[in-house]
Design a protein around this ligand. Sequence first.
Ligand code: PLP
Length: 477
Amino acid sequence: WAPAQFEEHGRELLAVLREHFESIRQVPVTVPSDTGDLSASLLSELPEQGVDFERVLTDTRELVLPYLVHWNHPSFHGYFSNSASFPGVLAETMTAALNVNAMLWKSGPAASALERVVLGWISEMVGYPEDSDSVLVNGASLATLYALAAARDAALGPSVRVEGLAGRDLPVLRLYTSDQAHSSVDKAAITLGFGTANLVKIPSDDQYRMRPDALEAAISADLANGFKPVAVVASVGTTSVGAADPVTAIADVCERNGVWLHVDAAFGGFWRLAPSLADQVEDLSLADSLVVNPHKTLYIPMEASALYCRHRGALADTFRLVAEYLKSAQDEHTVDYMNLTPQLGRSFRALKLWWVIRTFGRAGLAERLEHSVQLANWLREAVAEEPLWRVPVDSIYPLVCLRFEPSGDREVNDWLNAEIVEEVNASGEAFISHTVIDDGYVIRVSIGNIHTTRADVERLWRALREIAARRFAMPRA
Ligand code: PLP
């Protein structure tokens, strides 16, 4: 394509997207239930000859769009609802067009400089020391993996880089997290050679928060057995119910025992921007390392996570390895982001953050986050007022857990709630998900899309009640 054709096709694409978003409330959030032969219908044979862009775009509209779950839909409330805001989407286009590889300062100075700028802004937003090492990565799972690798190496010393772990007379290395932690912590324990048997799951309290007394006891018992406690992973905004571990008390236990504290605030980190939550979010500054996810809550398109580590040089001690062809001049202003993680070639993630944060400003982001918090509060109150419905666990975040409990039989209620989730999702009206807690199967409604309105949430609540009443009246299959 010539640049003029590129512009022409870009306009065609933007027109399609404009129409998609202008009629988004008529677009089903979810897919038809039968998606079995999707690969076959997607013209999956290797094309020998190229086709017109119009054809590619039409096929995308007809064959792909109807079979996607529309995460960027105002009625998407599953998992953690997120948003690719329009400035972020446009920034992704610019990023792709420039195709900068942000591995070295030398390979794109302004890309690295912008990364430093936006990471500084984020540390200010979430309350983490600005003089830390920091880097943008693709997701919280990898951020936690990298942080725990640095924690492990800091505990073992530099010889681990050369000698590795095998065949050495090392104590058993232990990690700790709560029984509510995200599965990425288990994956990190597996990948880094700790093994899941050495990831101690600390019990949580009746609000699903890690119990610091149980953590202290587990570390003491391990020390008495000659094990080496390496790191604790605390969660601020758990995936299941949006609980937050008591970071201050956990940091205290870690400090007394010389254990690294990694905080997974992938979901919870940014909500302190919302005025009503400003004093309610845990103090993240106490963490040795921290992950927050702009792609979850800051209106940034996937993928963008920010990893912080207050121990300057610790990430580089694990990951810095400069091949001859990558050597470049350094001074106090340069930073080579390839040194902070295993990733060499890196996309220019900072641009979308720079565009979104500049477009909305801190105040605009705060206002939008507060809007979600208020919508969730409205829903919680509405549920609490409705006979037969309950909010079995509270959260300060806009993640509402609710349960329909018309029967005295827990199993019947579990079944009914699962049926409700299935029917809402099958209707295409909204997308919700579930979790299982002490009370049983509960419906999760995550509110976070930038376009979600009070009317959207009211419509969902109406649908939930209607389906619930109808299902309860039906005999169980
Ligand atoms: N931590 C928490 C608390 C999460 O909820 C999630 C995902 O939902 C993750 C980590 C993993 O995040 P990512 O998908 O960015 O790897």
